[in-house]
Design a protein around this ligand. Structure first.
Ligand SMILES: *[C@@H]1O[C@H](CO)[C@@H](O)[C@H](O)[C@H]1NC(C)=O
Ligand SMILES: *[C@@H]1O[C@H](CO)[C@@H](O)[C@H](O)[C@H]1NC(C)=O
Length: 416
């Protein structure tokens, strides 16, 4: 044995370096993280149990204005959605509900499926406006470019041509679904909540749970949406309490500790923005003195290759978001198909112990090895430049923006 190896080293260091000590440390870490996962599992299961045993009997009449947009989703309409809406009408009482549906340009069976819904709703006597618009994307693209909501395509096969932007298009349709709400308000007919229903599988208890989020105290409450679980779906509109995008697309998703901690406890998650499947907002936001409307960012800002969802900008524009808060309710989970819905509705706890254990580690590592700074800085730089080019230019929804240009094409939309 060489002499140098026998030279005495400080004891602590020697112990730390010894293999058995390292092993102990590793075992300790493993035990700690299993205990942690077990605790979180317990809390989430408890939150789910409390949610499932909530009183779904309506204490007082709740008046709900339902608004939805449809494009090529006949399958889900026929399999689940139509029935979900009829069930809602029957539960809340036809006199307390209005159904506002706007479909445009579908080439599948959506129009027929909505006619079926129309007939079912007729039997209940509920107030409704079901619009089926024949204008297809193709006709829209070929129409004369509007002053607003169109953009010059910078490159590719459409380079130099004007194309309609996706977000202003969707904003216009969403605004149209709210028209009956405004007209009825003028006539003195009011509602408590606007309920935006995506093309998802949901049931009555999901909706009642959503309305009761945070004991009914919110500017907006959203469900969590799944198309291919365990990944959540709508990444475009979800921003954590600090305005960041997710750290992981699997549970517990968030980078901000405020949002993540709520998720770990199965509690309503404070976020800057969400629009994941179904969303409830108090009607006052749309009928007040300064009524909210859906919008896209200014065309001149979109020209710098930035886009933000109308469903995120609405929270940025809503003053109540700051005072009452926007919440994602992790106990209300919806699916873009039945299989996805079932997968996130397992009895006991919707998350398994391994999902929690690995989810926590994946998120922890992702938060350390990735940074939102680069993406966010690109966006911030472009906004600053845009602001310098014109007076009074401001975009409160900066946290909604991403480095994309989205246009309508004949068979849907695409990002450039
Ligand atoms: C949204 O609705 C408001 C009020 O109805 C309207 O003034 C505005 O132009 C609409 N926005 C879009 C993008 O169509
Ligand atoms: C509101 O009242 C006016 C006048 O009575 C009526 O013409 C209109 O249809 C009503 N609007 C709605 C949405 O019921």
């Amino acid at each position: 044995m060489k002499a140098s190896l026998l030279r005495p080293r400080p004891r602590l260091l020697r112990q730390l370096l010894s293999r058995s000590a390292l092993r102990k440390l590793f075992v300790l870490l493993l035990v700690w993280s299993i205990v942690e996962a077990q605790l979180v599992y317990y809390r989430i299961a408890r939150a789910q149990r409390e949610f499932e045993t909530q009183d779904t009997a309506l204490q007082k009449p709740t008046r709900v204005f339902i608004a939805s947009l449809h494009w090529n989703n006949a399958n889900i309409l026929r399999s689940d959605w139509n029935k979900g809406v009829v069930d809602l009408v029957k539960t809340f009482g036809p006199e307390n509900v209005f159904v506002s549906v706007y479909e445009s340009g579908s080439w599948d069976d959506s129009k027929d499926a909505l006619r079926e819904l129309d007939r079912e709703l007729d039997k209940t006597g509920v107030g409704k406006k079901i619009t089926m618009d024949d204008i297809t994307h193709e006709e829209l693209i070929k129409s004369t470019p509007n002053k607003e909501g169109w953009i010059t395509v910078p490159s590719g096969e459409l380079a130099g041509k004007m194309a309609p932007r996706r977000i202003p298009y969707l904003s216009r349709l969403r605004n149209l679904t709210l028209q009956p709400l405004l007209e009825l308000a003028k006539n003195g007919t009011t509602f408590d909540y606007v309920l935006f229903l995506g093309d998802v599988v949901f049931d009555v208890s999901d909706v009642i749970g959503l309305l009761n989020t945070n004991d009914g105290h919110y500017a907006a409450a959203c469900s969590l949406d799944f198309s291919k679980p365990p990944l959540y779906y709508d990444t475009f509109a979800l921003r954590d309490a600090k305005g960041h995008e997710h750290a992981t697309q699997t549970w517990p998703y968030f980078r901000s500790s405020k949002s993540r901690n709520a998720m770990l406890n199965g509690l309503p998650v404070p976020v800057a923005s969400c629009w994941n499947g179904i969303v409830a907002m108090p009607t006052s936001a749309f009928t007040g003195i300064k009524p909210l409307t859906f919008r896209g960012v200014d065309d001149t800002l979109a020209e710098s290759h930035l886009e933000g969802s109308e469903c995120c900008l609405i929270h940025a524009d809503n003053p109540a978001s700051r005072t009452r808060g926007v919440f994602l309710n992790p106990n209300v989970r919806v699916g873009y198909n039945r299989a996805a819905y079932e997968k996130v509705h397992t009895p006991g706890s919707w998350l398994s112990l391994p999902q929690i254990y690995f989810g926590l580690w994946k998120n922890r590592i992702a938060r350390r090895v990735t940074t939102p700074w680069l993406k966010e800085n690109t966006v911030a730089r472009r906004i600053r430049k845009w602001q310098q080019q014109g007076n009074d230019r401001e975009e409160p929804g900066w946290f909604c923006l991403i480095n994309e240009m989205q246009i309508i094409v004949y068979n849907g939309w695409k990002h450039l």
